[in-house]
Design a protein around this ligand. Sequence first.
Ligand code: GLA
Length: 725
Amino acid sequence: MIQFDREHQVFKIDTKNTSYVMGVVSGRYLAHIYYGKYIESTDLGYVLDLDSSSLQDAVFNEGEKVTLLDRLPFEYSFAGTGDFRQSCLAVTSSAGQQGVELVYDSYEIFKGKPGLDGLPATFGDNAETLEVTLRDEVLNIRVVLSYSVFADSDALMRSCRVFNDSTEDVYLDCALSACLELGGGEYQTVALHGSWARERHMERLPVGFGTYLVESRRGISSHQSHPFLALVSPDCTQEHGEAYAMNFVYSGNFFASARKDQFEGHRMVMGIHPDGFRWKLAAGDVFQAPEVVMVYSDAGLDRMTHIFHDLYRNHLIRQRWVYQKRPVLINNWEATYFDFDARKLLSIAKEAAGHGIEMLVMDDGWFGRRDRDDSSLGDWTVNEEKLGCSLKSLVEQVNALGLKFGIWLEPEMISPDSSLYREHPDWALQIQGREGGQARNQYVLDFSRPEALGYICQSVFQVLKSANIEYVKWDMNRPLTDAASTYLPKEQQGEVFHRHVLALYAFQERLLEEFPDLLLENCASGGARFDPGMLYYSPQIWCSDDTDAIERLKIQEGTALIYPLSAIGAHVSDCPNHIVGRNTPFATRSAVAMAGTFGYELDITKISEKEKGQIASQVKTYQENIDLIQQGDYYRIASYQRNNLYDCYEIVSKDQTKAVVVFVQVLAEANMHNRLIRLRGLKPEAVYQAGGNCYRGDALMQAGLPLKRLRGDFQAEVISLVERK
Ligand code: GLA
């Protein structure tokens, strides 16, 4: 529910458990008042001293204007006129001068939640939106701040639009999406960091004076950092304490910071990274900033996670697939790399079909002359000579074995060694007079150039139409550098990064319009673009190229902090693991891959008969738990990242009648006895059966579930709990 208390000039946005409050200071500035646990009253102006004559005097005391701007907790901060903290909006005028002052203009409250032009965003019924308009009277620009809530969620969605109402062009140097002012108090940051094959490891640090920054300037949300930032109370655990989180529904450069100021207030912001960004806002134009999802929890990280998971399942991932059972796939990448033909793929498919696997995915290497990673991106024609048959014939043969067929693509790229590049060298991103930097022997296509985008769209669609292809793995294997365009005029070169993301979104939207039943899995050298923006298009995202079961524990813990398990691409691969060289039991690899979409990525024709023999029952276990995995509440019970010994998570069905616990003992310890694991989220009075034993819910949550001592490193156990009526 959203309301405006006219008497106190206070806006209040409530969800079931939270309140978000802001106020108009002396009819002039929009200031933040409160965000946190639900409060009944709207009379909260006192928090800011809104009614005091000293504040009103300060607003109208031109002699101390800068002093005031430097201390007000702004709802949307602006640069160059006195607020020296992090700005959300920075504008260069037609005269080349910087400086903005946003004053309150008007508001509107309405039912529903409008889409964001050209951008992914949460959607759904039962929404309510508040739009507050701010204005800069000198520049004649208007900023519309948008706040939406859904009746079934405690999340708050924010974004904004900047309108140029003047007759002159201006330039946006920074247009962030959201700002949150938290007052004094102690906070810690929770963020996700990593590298290729080590994505999204959690890190927690105390906030001191100065700025804590999480960012990507790679043109993608990146392996290295993640468009997520939370400030938590120092006592915050999984079950207790406060968390304020922001997650960016965007897949390119981002900037998120938390800054403690001289008065011990904390300002947290999130948006498109201002570095490398300069948007020409022509007279009459509007710029749409992407959405930020804000979550407040007063019940620790578990609650925060549940709010994100439910929101993304019910309001971000398209309903076509979100709760749909996905086919258990086998991917040939780690099985063959580039060295395959149709015969090899069919031998894998044939073996897989006998063990309950449902789809074959043909990975990189089927097009142009691609036998290594140094050619042919952009030449999306099937290499029939290599395959030994047409794509249609291959797919028909795979289908005849009872398997669906999926294919790998990397549409945003161009290899210097490709017919496309030889014909259109100007279609790659490039800086005039400078040789472009290659990564994985490739350049990035200039998607701001309509004919490049159109050509790739058309050639990809042609491939997809040529056979019964039911799944696409859309890859993206390098960051953007040399981010300049031979197509855009010089005053728009600062738009290249953002235009790439917009074109990517438009492309995937068209793809889904054209092929509405396609199961799309996004991927970027593993998990370099695992973000809510991509989730809007694909219900699942490849989580990491690191398929080692033990390394995956940390990666999947960090990923599942925000994203539902149904979104996390996870496969059982071969040992020794190709990335880290570790040997783990086949059963453990399967238990770990269950915290995701579950599939295989190995040469099934070459593994031992013993391992082969386990596949059908692994697939069955996964399928038996599919409802829990796709719909349940996820609890992080123990973190290997923190305890260095073991990992445990639990999923409980929404009606609390079923649960599954996955325990992985990473390292065995000497002279250790049975372990008790305290579960969460069960009905205290219900009796649950686990194996041959029955326990009351309160006992499982207080005293714990007893786990027999496991012998050896890297052992896993999957325990199902069912309520006994
Ligand atoms: C990326 C992906 C891998 C695989 C290769 C193919 O690295 O993350 O899964 O598809 O590309 O080149």
